[in-house]
Ligand binder design. Structure first.
Ligand code: UN1
Length: 488
């Protein structure tokens, strides 16, 4: 099937202080399903423009922080309605620039709209409490106030949803934002900002500075006028952001890698186990920080599970993200494809056996590979230690439940973890003993709800949780006021 593409040479600009401004440099946005398809050209900001954007956000904070929750909710709601009306077009663009399937892209746009509506409503939620003092005649108010200018730095794997779950609560609670999307996926970010500013955000409340992390991200993280930084991306970049932000005591929230385990118990239903495994590990081409990359399989069910998994994997249709028949799209770029292939070569050399993982010849040039599973690995193998961030899983055998839990927890990361079991006792035990921030029982390790806390432990995360009402901890700061009666 042929995909309709409208290659455009229009330059998409940055948005600073209410104006669309070109950058000193630009990037071509390339479709990973068809590298001949250039989606558009996107400006890259320089450090001076980032400084301007932060200045504009600091200036706009004075007015925006004193608007009512209703005013903010109305603007966000208007943006959500436009996204709903344009859901098909936005999903097509997202699939085209990132490479997740059109079904997954539609789901992400839908999730983004729900995130917008949820936080629009949160803007009206009670913002504090009144407490009796320990002194007679004194009343205490505890009020939440916005933090100030928030820097938002996002990855390429969820081009709309991750920006939304940072930007929308930041705005809803009265903060202003400087937003740097991933250099690989500027189109979805550009549309998100375009829709939000046209919905009525005053000038400077939301600024878009596209470009490279080493230039734009660094300038945001270092600027002392930025009071809070929310980042999702790699461990190495997260460490850099933290260090830069700490120099001026900005509050920081980091969501980084995972090496998420999925335990398959000896009592698991095989069909459930394979579905949970395939969905959680190969959905979004495995490019989710919540994806399960390690399967820990009880030796009594191991061979049957591997056989059923291999059969299911061989049926996964890999192809153009926008072809409705496709079940797994390409990986995002050449570098990521090479990293995945290198990981497989290394795992094979460590004496594992690789199922799948072959490069795929498609009608159009793209970054296609088949889902891969490495069988017969040892817990200490490299493949069980470092995150791959692709459709690559490794399988370790466990003797019993206790050993499986120990193997699951034997990682420096702690984002999500999962178990497939029919035993209530094992499920409850794993829920209690897992060291991850999110535990999944009989559901995939990836794919989370937007109204509950999201985040991990150990090397995976830093700072307070994202999403749901927990987002308020990061995007507001508390003021405690003591009010005396004014009499002696
Ligand atoms: C999900 O699994 O639904 O970067 C979301 C990531 C995560 C988001 C995962 N921050 O993959």
């Amino acid at each position: 099937m042929t995909m309709t593409t409208t290659t455009t040479t229009t330059m998409h600009s940055n948005h600073i202080a209410g104006r669309w401004v070109d950058g000193s440099d630009s990037t071509s946005n390339i479709n990973p399903s068809d590298t001949d398809d250039i989606i558009g050209h996107y400006a890259r900001a320089d450090a001076g423009q980032v400084t301007d954007a932060i200045g504009a956000a600091a200036e706009a904070f004075k007015g925006w922080s004193t608007t009512t929750g209703q005013e903010r909710a109305d603007i966000l709601d208007t943006a959500g309605s436009e996204m709903r009306a344009r859901q098909g077009e936005l999903a097509d663009l997202l699939a085209r620039e990132e490479g997740k399937t059109i079904t997954e892209a539609r789901g992400e746009v839908d999730r983004t709209i729900r995130i917008i509506r949820y936080h629009a409503a949160q803007a009206l939620m009670p913002a504090g409490e009144v407490v009796h003092s320990i002194r007679p005649g004194v009343k205490i108010d505890v009020v939440r106030e916005p933090v100030g200018v928030v820097g938002v730095i996002t990855p390429w794997n969820f081009p709309l949803a991750i920006p939304a779950w940072k930007i929308i609560p930041a705005l809803a609670y009265g903060n202003t934002v400087v937003f740097k999307p991933a250099d690989l996926v500027p189109a979805s970010a550009w549309h998100l900002v375009d829709i939000l500013v046209r919905a009525g955000l005053p000038d400077g409340v939301l600024n878009l500075t596209m470009g490279r992390g080493s230039v734009v991200g660094d300038a945001i993280a270092r600027d002392p006028r930025v009071s809070a930084l929310s980042f999702t991306g790699s461990v190495a970049t997260g460490a850099h952001v933290l260090e830069a932000a700490q120099s001026h005591q900005a509050r920081v929230q980091l969501e980084m890698g995972g090496k998420n385990p999925l335990i398959i118990s000896d009592d698991a239903d095989l069909d459930v186990a394979v579905s949970v495994a395939v969905d959680g590990s190969f959905g979004s081409t495995g490019q989710r920080c919540t994806a399960a990359e390690r399967f820990i399989v009880d030796e009594r069910i191991h061979d049957a599970f591997v056989e059923a998994l291999a059969a299911r994997m061989s049926k996964v249709v890999v192809g153009d993200a926008r072809d409705p028949r496709t079940q797994m799209g390409p990986v995002v770029d050449a570098r990521q494809l090479e990293q995945n292939q290198a990981a497989l070569r290394r795992a094979e050399a460590d004496a594992g056996e690789v199922i799948g993982g072959e490069l795929v010849e498609a009608p159009r040039p793209g970054f296609y590979m088949r889902p891969a599973a490495v069988v017969g690995t040892k817990q200490t193998d490299w493949i069980n230690v470092e995150e791959v961030f692709g459709p690559v899983v490794s399988i370790v055998k466990s003797r019993d439940h206790d050993e499986a839990v120990a193997l699951a927890n034997d990682t420096e990361f702690g984002l999500s973890s999962g178990i497939v079991t029919t035993s209530l006792a094992k499920a409850a035990d794993f829920q209690r003993r897992s060291k991850a921030g999110m535990v999944m029982v009989n559901v995939p390790t990836a794919g989370v709800d937007y109204h509950v806390p999201f985040g991990g432990r150990a090397r995976s995360s830093f700072g307070t949780r994202e999403q749901g009402t927990y987002a308020r901890e990061f995007y507001t700061t508390v003021k405690t006021t003591y009010v005396g009666a004014g009499t002696v």
